[in-house]
Design a protein around this ligand. Structure first.
Ligand SMILES: Cc1ncc(COP(=O)(O)O)c(C=O)c1O
Length: 383
């Protein structure tokens, strides 16, 4: 164990995954074939939403989701500072303004109270949307955010990149799976290798709105379509109806996505098993993300908090435990600083960042490896 490198996250590729990719490579379609449609259908079924649009990564998915909401230059959107930069960058891609509301100190998620405070400190119509993030895999209570959004006529894009398979129970007692589109207008998932479902690169946008779905399809593929054309001189004809992109996933990536998706429920259960063991070992000694009432954390990450974080990071890395920091707060990144940070005070986010460190968390982490990680963390904590 002493010499084994233990990363904070990693993909798990089985023979079935490899076989599915090989078969697709030997088929007629490398891109835009049947595997994309199959992946979208199965993903929508799994998440429990009406529509799913596969894209080449979640950053592209966030870009077209923001465009599908109709965000225009200068319009303002609220997000969390504790996320990967892409959650905010999508607003800048269309020359919008990013405003930050602080996080809740216990859940590390965008604070509903701070978001409300920010919205209500401005005239009606000042903000257009909210992008909450299911950070580390913990589902945001979107029912509460929807209520707030409704009062102020805002759209919601759920950044669910960390949370396929996570859910919360709403006030009616119904289970709401992350990205199911019941309370958000659209949601975005990532299939980067450190995430639950690995496609190499890849992403999915989900929605229950047919209008949003149609816009996403157009934007994913150059703005080109054969539907609702103003004229139709023959079978070859197509129209470019808006300015779009090539944000398509390939068929062999989709084939991998399908086999990976089939294992996700089992993977999330294993992640929860790992999380429970960490919690048991660290109870009363260290702070970690709290789980509000009735929800199921998909556990992309397991974050603990320590006062002397840099020393712990160095100590774990010296022992080949490649703990990571999630994230440098977005408002502290030079690009966002140069724009001038706008929003509420961000005291909780700043304090969290000083202490946070993510421990290894992935389904194939063995009990022995996790035991070693726990031993090293406690060795450091106990001095
Ligand atoms: C919360 C969040 N949003 C968006 C992204 C962007 O995902 P992708 O790498 O698929 O573009 C990531 C990736 O790390 C993420 O963690």
């Amino acid at each position: 164990m002493e010499n084994k490198v233990i990363p904070y996250g990693r993909q798990s590729i089985t023979q079935a995954d490899i076989q599915a990719v090989i078969e697709t490579l030997q088929s007629d379609f490398l891109t835009q074939g049947p595997k994309i449609a199959e992946f979208e259908k199965k993903f929508a079924e799994y998440i429990g939403c009406k529509y799913a649009v596969a894209v080449n990564n979640a950053t592209a998915g966030l870009h077209i989701a923001v465009m599908a909401m109709g965000l225009q230059k200068g319009e303002r959107v609220i997000t969390t500072p504790i996320t990967f930069a892409a959650s905010a960058n999508c607003v800048k891609f269309v020359d919008g303004e990013v405003w930050f509301a602080d996080i809740d100190r216990d859940t590390y998620l965008l604070s509903l109270e701070k978001t409300r405070e920010l919205i209500e400190s401005k005239p009606k119509g000042f903000f257009k949307g909210i992008i909450p993030v299911d950070f580390a895999g913990l589902p945001v209570n979107l029912e509460a955010f929807r209520k707030l959004a409704q009062e102020h006529d805002l759209w919601i894009i759920e950044d669910a990149c960390h949370a396929p398979g996570g859910w919360f129970i709403d006030s009616k007692g119904d289970q709401q799976r992350c990205g199911n589109g019941v309370y958000a207008d659209a949601a975005v998932f990532s299939f980067h290798p450190v995430k639950h479902i690995a496609c190499g690169e890849g992403g999915m946008v989900t929605t229950n709105s047919e209008e949003v779905f149609k816009k996403l399809l157009l934007l994913r593929s150059h703005g080109i379509t054969k539907e609702n054309m103003s004229e139709n001189p023959g079978g070859w004809f197509y129209e470019m109806q808006t300015l779009g992109f090539n944000y398509r996933l390939t068929d062999f990536q989709a084939a991998l996505g399908i086999t990976q998706l089939a294992k996700n429920e089992e993977g999330v259960a294993r992640r929860n098993e790992i999380a429970n063991r960490y919690k048991e070992a660290f109870k009363g000694k260290l702070n970690f993300q709290s789980l509000p009432g009735k929800s199921y954390n998909a556990h992309h990450l397991f974050v603990i908090e320590v006062e002397n974080r840099k020393e712990m990071y160095d100590f774990l890395h010296k022992n080949k435990v490649l703990a990571q920091i999630h994230y440098v707060p977005v408002h502290q990144l030079p690009y966002y600083k140069s724009l001038g940070v706008m929003g509420t005070d961000l005291n909780n986010a700043n304090d969290y960042y000083k202490k946070c460190i993510s421990l290894p968390m992935y389904p194939t982490l063995t009990d022995e490896e996790q035991g070693f990680v726990i031993e090293k963390v406690l060795e450091f904590v106990n001095g």
